[in-house]
Design a protein around this ligand. Structure first.
Ligand code: AOF
Ligand code: ZN
Length: 370
């Protein structure tokens, strides 16, 4: 395999193009593609493409169409193996061959069983040079949702927490105080925009009445689908979540034995109600809930919930990534722990710090599964 420094930087550009609709291409991955020609003055980009909202068209045919005739003999940089299956669109490998591409540089193989290396073989059999591995580590992060869903049947799960300097999240029995600053708040809204769905619990809905949309200027249409774990169907029809269905859909995951009357009312409002098993402690089974979300096409799930649900995800080892905002303030002994019944340090059991960033007065620690 021969990858050059140019290959790495052009793949970085393809990854950045691919992030354009991250959070809005589910059930498909958000892929980026560039058609590039070598010139005496260095590489020239002839076409750019990224997976469209809703997952189609795929990235490659769009980049190739933009390049047109000039794609003949050019190199295609793509963040995921081009597909080889006949889905709702013809396979991307057909478009690559038809365009006369001379070389394909891909970041990683597509673990989808319909592709899984077949895309590369078809291209090589057609006499196209294929090099795999440029930007592979970044691509595994960018496509973590797709990879987790096709290999394990559940979405990639990101837990967001905002904690005080003493690891607390609020005072018992009171509305949680705003712990972090404006910059951190903007970052959280950006995280919502790049996840397919954001999940919370009925306790948080009743205590805080959140909307869980992206309210950055001009970005309301980037809001994620909202999911509430609500075992007994207590969701108030007057809640901010139920009143913002025009902005983003709302799914409620209830227990099998929850009453039927609230379901009928919520369904009539346009809320989608689903049911899973109830655990012995009365809560819904979160393993079943995340499988259900995977089945419904969710690839990137953000968990923005209270200490009980956050701890349940950590205990079940369902957290693939944690984004923890650390604020400078102290809340004191009578405040709630961020993870009910667990010290915050349990995150270190299976996650490691990937990065730490300043966010105004706060610090954001990004941790990923080892
Ligand atoms: C690509 N380029 O931009 C994307 C790909 O249901 P379909 O036919 O749209 O196929 C979905 C599968 O295609 C998806 O599971 C993943 O394997 C791949 N996604 N492939 O060549 C793209 N988004
Ligand atoms: Zn494709």
């Amino acid at each position: 395999m021969t990858l050059t420094r140019d290959d790495e930087s052009l793949m970085a550009a393809a990854l950045s193009v691919g992030r354009r609709e991250l959070g809005h291409t589910w059930p498909n991955p958000a892929v980026g593609a560039l058609v590039v020609r070598e010139t005496a003055r260095g590489p020239l980009v002839l076409g750019r493409g990224w997976t469209a909202r809703g997952g189609r068209p795929h990235a490659e045919p769009q980049a190739l169409a933009q390049a047109g005739e000039a794609a003949k003999g050019a190199t295609l940089y793509v963040t995921l193996e081009p597909c080889s299956h006949h889905g709702q669109t013809p396979p991307c490998v057909d478009a690559v061959r038809a365009a006369g591409i001379g070389r394909v540089v891909a970041a990683i193989e597509d673990p989808d069983f319909r592709v899984a290396g077949r895309g590369f073989s078809i291209l090589r059999e057609a006499g196209i040079r294929v090099d795999v591995g440029a930007g592979a580590a970044e691509a595994r992060i960018a496509h973590a949702g797709h990879i987790r869903r096709v290999t394990e049947g559940r979405p990639h799960i990101m837990l967001k927490l905002a904690v005080s300097a003493d690891g607390k999240v609020g005072l018992a029995g009171r509305r949680p105080a705003a712990i972090t600053g404006e910059i951190a708040r903007g970052r959280v809204h950006m995280m919502r925009a790049t996840h397919d769905a954001v999940l919370t619990g009925i306790g948080t809905v009743i205590a805080d009445d959140p909307q869980l949309t992206c309210r950055l200027p001009g970005m309301q249409d980037r809001s994620p689908l909202r999911v509430v774990l609500d075992a007994s169907l207590r969701l108030p029809p007057t809640s901010a979540l139920a009143r913002s269905l025009a902005v983003a859909p709302l799914w409620v995951i209830a227990a099998e034995d929850a009453p039927d009357a609230p379901e009928a009312m919520l369904t009539a409002m346009g809320v989608e109600v689903m049911r899973v098993r109830r655990r012995s402690d009365g809560a819904v089974d979160i393993n079943e809930a995340v499988k259900l979300l995977g089945l419904r096409g969710i690839t990137r799930l953000m968990v923005e919930a209270g200490p009980r649900i956050a701890a349940a995800f950590v205990r079940e080892r369902l957290v693939d990534e944690a984004n923890v905002f650390h604020a400078p303030a102290l809340l004191g002994m009578d405040a709630l722990d961020a993870l009910e019944g667990l010290p915050l340090s349990v995150l270190d059991d299976y996650l490691s710090e990937a990065r730490s960033e300043r966010q105004g007065p706060d610090r954001l620690r990004i941790m990923r599964r080892r």
